[in-house]
Design a binder for this molecule. Structure first.
Ligand SMILES: [Zn+2]
Length: 234
């Protein structure tokens, strides 16, 4: 994410103004499905030796990537830097698509609040003893059509049990078991997938749905069907 010419400063206050509300519903990231299948819960690897400490909070930026999509930098929403127990990514050789699977009232929260809540959930030690270094996904595609940076891509993710190595995790915000993401979200997802594939030189055959790599319903039947069509298209 470093070679982008145009960076537009946004007010951090504009993003952080709304405090998190306690609402009914569900939120766990796509590991909600995995939780129903205990063996599938992804495990955050413990890194040795310790990687360099993440740099202090940077100025919040949004990266404009032409008309197709916009990337919101992690510094625009994150309260804390990633923790120390985290592995470097190394070379990215595959990309995995997820959905976040919120339901109930959670599904009505603004995208940035969803991202922040998933980060908090993944960092919690209870109830699933995760205590991950930070949110497990590298990017999240918002309902607003923006791409939210999650875990910095220089670190290995925690999104696909047994298959996190060299794997960029992109999660689409929402529950796409029965319905597809909006046109706006799908346009952003497709453009971002193409951008990252070009950046990392990853062929379409190496773009997976979570369920291709480990037992999970993720990314939902409807989004998975879209992904298969997208992969089949030239
Ligand atoms: Zn998933």
């Amino acid at each position: 994410m470093s070679a982008d010419p145009a960076r537009i400063l946004l007010s951090r206050r504009a993003f952080l103004g709304a405090t998190a509300a306690v609402v009914a519903g569900g939120l766990a990231g796509c590991t909600k499905e995995a939780a129903r299948t205990p063996a599938a819960a992804p495990v955050e690897p413990i890194a040795t030796p310790r990687p360099p400490a993440p740099s202090a909070r940077q100025a919040p930026v949004v990266e404009q990537r032409g008309p197709a999509f916009t990337v919101v930098d992690r510094s625009a929403w994150a309260e804390r830097a990633p923790g120390a127990k985290i592995n470097p990514m190394g070379e990215v050789t595959r990309i995995t698509v997820h959905h976040t699977g919120e339901y109930g009232k959670w599904a009505e929260l603004p995208d940035m609040q969803v991202v922040r809540q998933i980060e908090n959930y993944h960092r919690m030690n209870t109830p699933h003893k995760r205590a991950w270094a930070c949110i497990g996904y590298h990017f999240l595609v918002g309902r607003d059509g923006r791409i939210y940076e999650g875990r910095p891509a220089r670190f290995q993710g925690a999104h696909t049990s047994g298959a996190n190595a060299n794997n960029l995790g992109i999660s689409v915000i929402g529950d796409f078991m029965r319905r597809e993401p909006s046109e706006r979200q799908l346009r952003a997802l497709a453009a971002f997938l193409d951008d990252r594939r070009a950046f990392y030189k990853v062929g379409k055959a190496r773009v997976f749905g979570h369920r291709d790599l480990s037992p999970s319903e993720c990314p939902g039947d409807a989004l998975y069907a879209w992904l298969r069509r997208w992969k089949a298209a030239s």
